[in-house]
Ligand binder design. Sequence first.
Ligand SMILES: Nc1ncnc2c1ncn2[C@@H]1O[C@H](COP(=O)(O)OP(=O)(O)O)[C@@H](O)[C@H]1O
Ligand SMILES: [Mg+2]
Length: 236
Amino acid sequence: MSEPIFKITGLTKVYRSGEVEVHALRGVDLEIAAAEFLVLLGPSGSGKSTFVNIVGGLDAPTDGQIFFRGEELTGMGDRGLTRFRREHVGFVFQFYNLVPSLTARENVALVTEIAREPMDPGEALEIAGLAADRHDHFPAQLSGGEQQRVAIGRAIAKRPEVLLCDEPTGALDSKTGIRVLEALATVNEEIGTTTLVITHNIAIGRMADRVIHFHDGNVARIDENAAREPASAITW
Ligand SMILES: Nc1ncnc2c1ncn2[C@@H]1O[C@H](COP(=O)(O)OP(=O)(O)O)[C@@H](O)[C@H]1O
Ligand SMILES: [Mg+2]
């Protein structure tokens, strides 16, 4: 691997509430190459969301280190993490969190107004696979898959180096889910965004460069694919 975009060592997260301790991550080591497409699999509660949230600077680990392009995120403090997220990271979640009173284009424009070298909102929506005749529709006028494409357009409009997706197809039927995964693959190919996708669906692993299997707060196994398959070839 050339110099990785992320170097993660001993990543540990313990949630404490009163007397109870939950060990969500138990010392995860992982290097991630720039422009890599990773799929994260594992049972519910195995630490996938905790891992992705920490990598994206939404949360801080209890122990361990993360370097992003050689710069240590851990120990950067809240302001540093906020800047890291704003400049470098896009997030896509299971639920789209769009502003209902704004059109698709306006939802994306919210982000491009504050980004440094943003895409045109229409371009971001096009890469995310939203048909041009839908760009001026409101969320309530769009299907779930279309709303998720707006959320992807919003996440990529600032040209983030990193795109983190936590169960992006979790609320979608399989046909719609595949269209959304195609959009993520297109983003990765067109703007070289390092992409992590959490899913419950083993079949989705075929579109990744590597599949990271989580189990009980650890990386239990890593599978490397010789070639990525297009999302359209996946059935579930
Ligand atoms: N904010 C939190 N407070 C306490 N425990 C949490 C919190 N978030 C996650 N956990 C616990 O940490 C473990 C890992 O959770 P999570 O990272 O969400 O797993 P996954 O995304 O693989 O389902 C689970 O036992 C979960 O209950
Ligand atoms: Mg989760």
